[in-house]
Design a protein around this ligand. Structure first.
Ligand code: NAP
Length: 246
């Protein structure tokens, strides 16, 4: 159980982040439901948590903005005094073949997926080190492990997130702070819903289990990594992908 723990989940109004927020709250954590543009969705997540007897608050922040993230972290620490669990989930895609990829599309993806996680870890690092306790979970992707044609920017950001995870895990290991990455495969969310049926079929054929995963599959692992049973696990990248990375 996570009773008494404060969890901050970025991009928690929708998709995988929403499921992670609901799962951590259902297990006793007070959850900061971060969003960028989806205010109503984030408020609905908070309402659902509160209705089930949990505790949560929605706070807006564009995590790719260094200064805004710093103010966001300050607001959370002023109010809650600590953060025990940080889940860097916020992510975007701007897919294209490298020949056609614009600088803006490259920068937008790196800024949110990689720099966003850096910003949050950076601003919370003093808090984690002082606490000598904490769990940081970065949501990477199988694209960061395997690469993916048409996703050079996204794959680079998610591979970068793995490097960030391993380096910070080494820095924080002696301070009682665990840092791990979860690499989802092909999960049913807004991010994947606009793919054509043909593209979905092709992708499914690359999955040994032959089907997409659910947001619950990811949230279940995050719950484990956020809890005391994961005490001796750090610097790892765990794929939840139906076997794609075998
Ligand atoms: P999604 O449904 O598109 O949701 C993306 C979330 O990220 C939204 O809540 C969005 O918040 C948030 N976000 C985007 N930019 C942000 C910013 N600058 N600041 C704060 N929040 C921001 O995507 P998803 O499928 O749930 O993906 C969640 C994570 O899993 C991402 O990191 C993604 O790369 C990763 N992942 C997904 C899959 C998959 O198959 N779905 C596979 C591998 C990895 P707003 O709506 O408020 O902007």
């Amino acid at each position: 159980m996570l009773t008494g723990k404060v969890a901050l989940v970025t991009g928690a109004g929708r998709g995988i982040g929403r499921e992670i927020a609901l799962t951590l709250a259902a297990n006793g954590a007070t959850v900061i439901v971060n969003y960028n543009g989806s205010k109503e969705c984030a408020e609905a997540v908070v309402a659902e948590i509160v209705q089930r007897g949990g505790s949560a608050e929605a706070i807006q922040c564009n995590v790719s903005d260094f200064t805004a993230s710093e103010m966001f972290v300050k607001e959370v620490l002023d109010k809650y005094k600590k953060v025990d669990i940080l889940v860097n989930n916020a992510g975007v895609t701007r897919d294209n073949l490298i020949m056609r990829m614009t600088e803006a599309d490259y920068d937008a993806v790196l800024d949110t997926n990689l720099k966003g996680a850096f910003n949050m870890i950076r601003h919370l690092s003093r808090c984690f080190i002082k606490q000598r306790n904490g769990k940081i979970i970065n949501i990477s992707s199988v694209s960061g492990v395997l690469g993916n044609a048409g996703q050079a920017n996204y794959s680079a950001s998610k591979a970068g997130l793995i490097g960030l995870t391993k380096s910070v895990a080494r820095e924080f290991a002696s301070r009682g702070v665990n840092v791990n990455a979860v690499a989802p495969g092909f999960i049913d969310t807004d991010m994947t819903k606009n793919m054509t049926d043909d593209a979905k079929k092709t992708l499914s054929s690359m999955i040994p289990m032959g089907r997409m995963g659910s947001t619950k599959n990811i949230a279940d692992l995050v719950l484990f990594l956020a809890g005391e049973h994961a005490e001796y696990i750090t610097g790892q990248v765990i794929c939840v992908d139906g076997g794609m990375c075998i």
